[in-house]
Design a protein around this ligand. Structure first.
Ligand code: DGL
Length: 267
């Protein structure tokens, strides 16, 4: 089947976190038409139950695919991916790329063999994370911590609001204060919101840490899966679609434009 040049890539997250995945993808595929979907009506995901996420995410992706006819969908959210990736794949007839905690690169990078996984509460308790830790970090102490406040910090940053430095400090303390935490040298940012506040985390850390996340790897995967397909000859304006449009979306406009998202729509 030939794919029309204007068929978009669809990125999906609960909020702005997926922009940390969109950024590297745009760098590799600058002419790709983009639809960025944020489930603002369902935000935040990290404090929801598995049942709620599993019911919500495949249904929303189904509606988005019907409306925008993307060539490929990216679940740019660790919470949604670790819970609902296989259900979404089963429901859609296009390639679906998920975002899973960067435990493999963290294990490869850690010298001290103690690394952290900083995600949402829902992500860090997933069996998916147990499996990744067992497969790639079996000789490591793998510390986990969930922070809903850090998700809010990223949302506030992209709205140009003032930021409380205690939030990043407390999120890291959730890892440092666990047994073995004093030797931790690498942190996997296992929520797509967190690379957006990597600078704040680095400044808040009492000692240097390496941070890893999946953005670049996902961009390469998208490029691989769309290899040989046609694209527009110039970057088309991207679309940001929200499940609830309100004033708080207005405040995001400059940040969205900086990611090439010039149009805003409601789902
Ligand atoms: N950005 C999402 C993730 O990667 C979830 C943030 C939230 O809605 O709690 O897990």
């Amino acid at each position: 089947m030939t794919i029309a040049p204007n068929a978009p890539l669809l990125f999906f997250d609960s909020g702005v976190g997926g922009l940390s995945i969109l950024g590297p993808a745009r760098a590799i595929l600058p002419n790709a038409p983009i639809v960025y979907a944020a489930d603002s009506a369902g935000f935040p995901y990290g404090t929801k139950s598995e049942t709620e996420i599993a019911a919500r995410v495949p249904a929303l992706l189904g509606r988005l695919v019907e409306r925008y006819r993307p060539r490929l969908a990216v679940i740019a959210c660790n919470t949604a991916s670790t819970i609902a990736l296989s259900a979404v794949r089963a429901a859609l007839d296009i390639p679906v790329v998920g975002t899973v905690p960067a435990i493999k690169p963290a294990a490869l990078l850690s010298q001290s063999r103690v690394f952290g996984v900083l995600g949402t509460d829902a992500t860090v308790r997933q069996p998916y994370v147990d499996r990744l830790a067992a497969e790639f970090g079996s000789d490591c102490i793998v510390l986990r911590h969930g922070s809903a406040a850090l998700v809010q910090l990223a949302e506030a940053k992209l709205r140009g609001q003032s930021l409380d430095p205690a939030i990043a400090r407390d999120a890291l303390a959730g890892l440092f204060d666990q047994p073995g935490g004093d030797r931790m040298d690498v942190v996997a940012l296992a929520c797509t919101h967190f690379p957006l506040v990597e600078e704040e985390l680095a400044v808040a850390s009492p000692r240097p840490l390496r941070f890893v996340h999946g953005g670049e790897g996902i961009a390469r995967r998208i490029a691989y899966l769309t290899h040989g397909q046609d694209w527009p000859s110039a970057p088309p304006p991207g679309t940001a679609v929200f499940t609830r449009l309100d004033d708080s979306v207005d405040a995001l406009r400059p940040a969205l434009v900086s990611y090439g998202l010039h149009r805003i729509e409601a789902l």
